[in-house]
Design a protein around this ligand. Structure first.
Ligand code: CA
Length: 223
């Protein structure tokens, strides 16, 4: 069941949408305040966010901008006016699509289907099996092998390794790593990245060959 977060402060619209979306088989969570909406979007997993523009405490543009720093959850903006500015701004801050009020439920459902289809295609294209030198990762069974021997990694170590394997030869800054692996736990300090890279290195290195190299003052690169 796909989970939808609806951030909308107009009761008549949110009640109508909640009813229709539930009828279509979606799991719907409704929030009527901008700040609470951002909180829910950051701390819970949704398949799609329907985001109103004018909201109490924090507007839709700002929510989308802040969300995009850490998460790729698809966003459809519900713009109140048929304003080109609103649409352009929404897309600029990373919204995937928009519908202008008043819209029909059929129109919204059609837009949602487009986004879900795009997502499924993207998921299919992610490699199921990654290999770098002697390291192999099977992303379906979440197993890691080093010279054909299975290596046991913690959840964070596994995520970290996957990130390096998907970005071979690309320097990853501590901040990027922190954002992607630790997400919205802002109290975490960047040196935790160094600690985890060290753990990971110890588990996947072979003799003197160091697969994850430090880039002074910046971060790490797998090469
Ligand atoms: Ca509103």
């Amino acid at each position: 069941m796909k989970k939808i977060l609806l951030i909308e402060d107009e009761d008549s619209i949110s009640e109508f949408l909640e009813l229709e979306l539930k009828h279509e088989g979606f799991d719907v969570k409704v929030v009527d305040d901008g700040r609470e909406g951002l909180d829910a979007a950051m701390n819970q997993e949704f398949d799609l966010i329907l985001l109103d523009l004018m909201l109490p405490h924090l507007n839709g543009i700002e929510i989308c901008r802040r969300l995009r720093v850490v998460k790729d959850t698809p966003v459809i903006m519900l713009t109140a006016r048929d304003s080109v500015m609103d649409r352009v701004m929404g897309l600029d801050v990373g919204a995937d699509d928009y519908v202008s009020k008043p819209f029909s439920i059929e129109e919204l459902l059609a837009r949602m289907r487009v986004i879900f289809r795009r997502q499924e295609k993207h998921e299919d294209s992610i490699a199921k099996h990654l290999k770098f030198k002697e390291i192999e990762v099977d992303t379906i069974s979440r197993t890691v092998k080093n010279r054909s021997k299975e290596v046991t990694l913690t959840k964070r170590e596994y995520e970290l390794l996957l990130m390096f394997m998907q970005n071979v030869n690309r320097v990853l800054t501590r901040e990027i790593i922190l954002e992607k692996i630790w997400g919205y736990e802002t109290f975490i300090e960047t040196n935790v990245v160094d600690v985890y890279v060290r753990y990971l290195r110890n588990k996947i290195s072979i003799e003197d060959e160091n697969y994850i190299q430090s880039v002074r003052g910046v971060g790490y690169v797998m090469k």
